[in-house]
Design a binder for this molecule. Sequence first.
Ligand SMILES: Cc1cc2nc3c(=O)[nH]c(=O)nc-3n(C[C@H](O)[C@H](O)[C@H](O)COP(=O)(O)O)c2cc1C
Length: 434
Amino acid sequence: MKKRTIRPISYAGVEIDSNLALAPIAGTTSWPFRLICQEQGASWAVTELVSASGIRYDPELRRQYRYLAIEPRERRTAIQLFSAKAEDVDYAVRHILERPSLNRTAFIDLNFGCPVKKVVKTGAGSALLDTPVLAVDLCRTAVLAAENYGKQVTVKIRSGCKKKMKDITAFVRQIEAVGIAAIVVHPRLAAQMYGGRADWNVIREIKEAVSIPVIGNGDLISPQSVQKMADFTGADGFMIGRAARGNPWIFSDIRGYFAELKAGDEGDEGAADAVRSNAEGIDTQGASDSKDDGNAKDKAARIAVCETSKIAAGETSKIAACETTRIAAGSDVIAAGREAKDEAVCTNGRDQALRTMVNDPVTGHKISLWQLTIRQHLRGLAELMGEEQAVREMRKQLICYTRGLPGASALRPRLMEVLTVTEVEELVNMFGHI
Ligand SMILES: Cc1cc2nc3c(=O)[nH]c(=O)nc-3n(C[C@H](O)[C@H](O)[C@H](O)COP(=O)(O)O)c2cc1C
């Protein structure tokens, strides 16, 4: 029997309810956004890359903590490290896993894909694909260090630096042999950065070479693109990056779509309900895990955000059709998208959130679910890094949240100048609901 595309997965020592994940994105995937994506159906997430050497030279984690922080309400998040030095990887893994607040990490992920100069010039990130012996050594070191704490290690790779790695199948078999538990493949060269199309052939090649789970990443923008990748590569799971920025509802769109297919296959009307209760389950789980679950307002906000998942799961015909919305030209997601001329990011869930009115549990005012989600994101950032920095970080997120909405281009300069939470909220009110 054909395997279901979205299905539970045993991943890096953790039993996970689905194989759909949020990719690490520096400057975006701190805990407030990860939490929202997990509420919408991303079954795990990964922190942005953090320097293992930085952790070694700042053991108090004064500068690193905000990148490493995992919120207790998050379901499953892994910490991603980068370094070209085995001793720093060893130190960082142990240091993280010794601290109860960071030992929450579901597993440790190693970055062998970052193309950014600052990282590559130290021999780390994608540069390691040119030094496979060192890369395997780093894997071995991390696996041994994490093993002491009962945690496993995964690796995220690209297909090569300037050209495809010479013997990529031998390399992935070696990292599997030293105990790496899973591999995420973003099949672009580092030289491509995020341009061109991801070469899904490489995902298929790696999937055929190893027995550990292989997660496909690159140009997933809709349920249909997930299905295409599944059919083409046989990947065990799917990781969404840029298409989730400003659009965390993409996870409920994808899960709703596949729940409907399952219901159709099995004549099981309950499948969409399963997605619904999953979203509720995340909330319940989060609330019971949370130290501050007495915070009724916060809980109410989370429940309200979960409404989108219910809607996505319930509005079957729209989801099955997954009418995609054309997004303004210039979107990097579209530019990088597979068959960019024919496909666009699925925004059903977002559009639904714009139309759904809820009470803001903090102010009591009626606002759209879309607005409430942005508020939740901003308030989380303010809690994590203080108002000034949160507003600065939120500017680029606002560009993503408002992309393609009427009037967004005209308001863009103002979005880039906001200084306070109040100013952000006033601007977001201007979009309100459609
Ligand atoms: C701005 C930006 C920052 C990123 N930061 C990271 C990172 O910290 N760690 C990592 O492994 N990948 C990082 N990536 C790569 C993504 O995780 C993902 O592999 C890539 O965007 C392709 O997937 P997508 O087509 O779904 O976006 C980043 C990508 C972008 C655009």
